[in-house]
Design a protein around this ligand. Structure first.
Ligand code: CP
Ligand code: NVA
Length: 310
């Protein structure tokens, strides 16, 4: 990657202190302004005269709208494109695209099928690059999740976060966070549908407290935060035999009742009620999914500011 450019590609690219500082800055920016209109610019206008480009290879609601709103609120502008509408769709390389966009805009966000597309773009760009979700990770979302936990329950260090369902890009970013923020991460996934063993191994080596191979009941016990996600990520083939295996990993009221009394439930959305979570849980009093979605906006602002900073 080009040296001295602040890319936001994975949480474990951060040091402990830098991730803590970024999270604190996200909280601070969220709390520092009473907004009279959603397009009102933050006092520091740290995105003024800057343009963000976004390229989507996959659909998005939250990421697209929160980044675009974030750029308005930072005083800048954004340009959004589907990769299908670009020359990428006709074979132009990602490296040439990165070199060209670096001439027009100040920062780029990519949502890609393959993680290597983001790293290749970053290697060829002279502007900061943000990972807006890849098959490997979803760091912007987990930053928003961390904000949501902390603003409601205090600092996450020392707490227990439990993941239910297949290992995926979200699980991987939670694992990265666990290697930096000193909370216990329990991963309750079925055999053969777990998170990447390489990512777990690396995080454990770096000191992450990760518990695997645990029954849903044991996993839920004493949890401060229960997290799940769709059983089929974008690009996955839907498969009824996998659905059947996952049934016992559904987040139900019974599991929530085993956790700490003040447990919070998170889901990055979009959700599939009746699959990974019951309607009574996601629409119930322990669910913070709407705050979590809101925090995408505040987290993106912190990320953009960090990337554009010295
Ligand atoms: N959670 C999330 O990234 O949502 P979108 O796919 O709608 O952007
Ligand atoms: N794991 C999901 C997250 C969606 C925001 C996916 O990749 O589709």
């Amino acid at each position: 990657m080009t040296e001295n450019i602040k890319h936001f590609i994975d949480l474990d690219d951060f040091s402990k202190i830098d991730l803590r500082n970024l999270l604190d800055q996200c909280h601070e920016r969220k709390n520092s302004k009473k907004r009279s209109g959603k397009a009102e610019v933050d006092n520091d206008a740290c995105g003024q005269d800057k343009i963000l480009a976004m390229i989507f290879e996959k659909p998005s609601t939250r990421t697209r709208f929160s980044f675009e709103t974030a750029m308005y609120q930072l005083g800048g502008k954004s340009i959004v494109a589907s990769s299908n509408d670009m020359q990428l769709n006709r074979g132009e390389t990602i490296s040439d695209t990165a070199k060209v966009l670096s001439k027009y805009v100040d920062i780029a966000m990519l949502r890609t099928n393959e993680h290597s597309t983001i790293t290749e773009f970053a290697s060829n760009s002279s502007i900061p690059v943000i990972n807006g979700l890849s098959d490997r990770s979803h760091p912007c979302q987990v930053l928003a999740d961390l904000m949501t936990f902390e603003e409601n329950r205090g600092q996450i260090n020392g707490k227990i976060v439990t993941w239910f369902g297949p290992g995926n890009n979200m699980t991987h970013s939670w694992i990265h966070a666990a290697s930096l923020l000193d909370f216990e991460l329990r991963i309750c996934s079925p055999e053969n549908f777990g998170a990447s063993e390489d990512i777990i191994k690396k995080a454990k080596k770096e000191g992450a407290n990760i518990i695997e191979n645990i029954s849903p009941q044991d996993a839920a016990k004493n949890s401060h935060c229960i997290v799940t996600d769709t059983w089929f990520s974008m690009g996955d083939k839907e498969d009824d035999s996998k659905r059947k295996i996952l049934e016992k990993f559904q987040v139900t009221e019974a599991l929530i009742n085993i956790a700490e009394d003040n447990v919070i439930f998170l889901h990055c959305l979009p959700a599939h009620r009746g699959e990974e979570v019951t309607a009574e849980v996601i629409d119930g009093s322990k669910s913070y999914v709407w705050d979590e979605a809101e925090n995408r906006l505040h987290a993106q602002k912190g990320i953009i500011n960090w990337c554009l900073g010295e």
